[in-house]
Design a protein around this ligand. Structure first.
Ligand SMILES: [Fe+2]
Length: 135
């Protein structure tokens, strides 16, 4: 069962990125399950790494698409991705060095990120990327 309930308002309307956002939700859910089940450090670290590396891949895809259409807020959006990555990386280091400290914090951070970033930043690119998505 999914912990994060997908809402209509999370959809950007850009098919590729909606699919990638769904995949991120799946990975964050897997991370939640690992924490809930008090899994070993190795298991929790694996799921954390999965979320973080997929998020980095997804951010790069978004940045490439925004660049391709000369999206006017590309710099702000990229800066926000950088901020999110370094924030997540900081919490991730806590987990690596001080397990299990930081695990719930990272889960919460990622969940909030998903909701806020998609709704506040990602949805702004939709009108610009509609054409890009079709080609
Ligand atoms: Fe984004």
């Amino acid at each position: 069962m999914s912990v994060i309930k997908w809402r209509e308002s999370y959809n950007t309307g850009i098919e590729q990125f909606d699919m990638e956002h769904h995949k991120i939700v799946e990975l964050i859910d897997a991370m939640f399950a690992a924490i809930r089940d008090k899994s070993s450090k190795k298991v929790v670290e694996t799921v954390c790494n999965d979320v973080l590396s997929y998020a980095a891949y997804h951010f790069a895809n978004e940045e490439q698409a925004m660049k391709a259409v000369n999206y006017p807020e590309l710099d702000e959006h990229t800066a926000e991705h950088t901020r999110l990555k370094s924030e997540a990386e900081k919490i991730h280091n806590t987990i690596t060095n001080n397990f299990p400290e930081g695990t719930v914090e990272l889960y919460r951070f990622l969940r909030e990120w998903l909701v806020d970033h998609i709704q506040e930043c990602d949805k702004k690119y939709t009108p610009y990327l509609n054409k890009w998505g079709e080609s």
